[in-house]
Design a binder for this molecule. Structure first.
Ligand code: SPV
Ligand code: MG
Length: 324
């Protein structure tokens, strides 16, 4: 088997041309990205909703592009699997989109997704204002994104919000075709129904000129196998990690306060050795052994290191040393 390419965009392209459905999961920091990779997801969705929530602000173009980029970049540095960045509306007009693509590509992001709403956008599940961009204007953004990328493997996903904005199936299909023809590498068709019926109707009407991406947040009962059988190429579980952590952390905090001790929660929270492992302490220990030199005089003929090559750090010992 060929070793996976180091280039994230090439890895995403390989997944897109492979036979299996691609499963991405949302994250908002490097730790979440590592958990997703360890769980076995094919890639990371740098979710605007998750990153905004992690900063305590609405998903409504409140954070700046630089803030979102820094977060996506820290995720991309932490994992081997590709990171697809949710770039909302692209942070401005077609010219801003070009800058966005250049900056995200240079940061090691495999691909971006831009959606056809006006800036400032509102999260698709927040009721009220969901204003679509003009079709021609958004096609210009897609063309600009494709013109700006340097790596031909970099992926630009165009997201259709017509069903979110209650503009109907006809408009959704019309827009998806136009964005595909403008050069988008894939089309994300988004919906807020509890049933996947509209998504399946869209799929029935799609000619598969470009691969399809879906986000089954509200119509969560559908399985990846059902979606893949219908022809969907990429499935994004956009915010389940965030919601899991909100539920778990809230419960843990409440229990500690009500018990007056953390004893009741210790059994089910992650041990410190897992935290150390996830943040790369074993690697740090190996590097300390290799590269931290003492200034003390070295005996003639003795190695410059005090100890031989280290074994991978023992997690239990690490916990013990930190506990003392
Ligand atoms: C996100 O995760 O930020 C998304 C998906 O864009 S959604 O929240 O469904 O709009
Ligand atoms: Mg988003």
């Amino acid at each position: 088997m060929r070793a996976p390419s180091r280039r994230p965009a090439a890895r995403l392209r390989a997944l897109l041309s492979g036979p299996e459905p691609i499963r991405l999961v949302g994250a908002h920091n490097a730790l979440g990205a590592r958990l997703a990779e360890r769980a076995g997801f094919d890639g990371i969705w740098a979710s605007g909703l998750e990153v905004s929530a992690s900063h305590g602000v609405p998903d409504a173009d409140i954070l700046t592009m630089s803030e979102l980029l820094a977060t996506a970049q820290s995720m991309a540095r932490a994992v081997e699997v590709p990171v697809v960045a949710d770039c909302d509306t692209g942070y401005g007009n077609a010219i801003n989109v070009m800058n966005t693509v250049r900056r995200y590509e240079a940061a090691g992001i495999a691909g971006v997704c831009i959606e056809d709403k006006v800036f400032p956008k509102m999260n698709s599940f927040v009721s009220g204002r969901q204003q679509l961009a003009q079709l021609g204007e958004f096609c210009g953004k897609v063309e600009a994104a494709k013109a700006a990328q340097e790596d031909p493997d970099f992926v630009v996903i165009a997201r259709v919000e017509a069903l979110i904005a209650n503009r109907g199936m006809e408009e959704a299909v019309r827009r998806a075709r136009a964005y595909a023809d403008a050069g988008a590498d894939a089309i994300l068709i988004h919906d807020k129904d509890r049933s996947p019926a509209s998504i399946f109707e869209f799929i029935d009407r799609w000619d598969f000129r470009k691969p399809l991406v879906v986000v089954p947040t509200t119509y969560y009962s559908v399985t990846v196998d059902e979606l893949a059988a219908a022809g969907v190429k990429m499935v994004i579980y956009a915010n389940q990690g965030l919601r899991a952590s909100i539920a778990a952390v809230s419960r843990t905090f409440e229990e500690i306060l009500s018990a007056g001790t953390s004893a009741p929660v210790e059994e089910r929270i992650a041990p410190l050795d897992l935290v150390f492992d996830l943040q790369g302490v074993p690697e740090l220990k190996r590097n300390e052994e290799l590269y931290l030199r003492s200034d003390a005089p070295v005996e003639e003929g003795a190695p410059h290191r005090a100890t031989p090559d280290p074994a991978p750090a023992d997690a239990a010992a690490l916990v013990a040393s930190h506990a003392n």
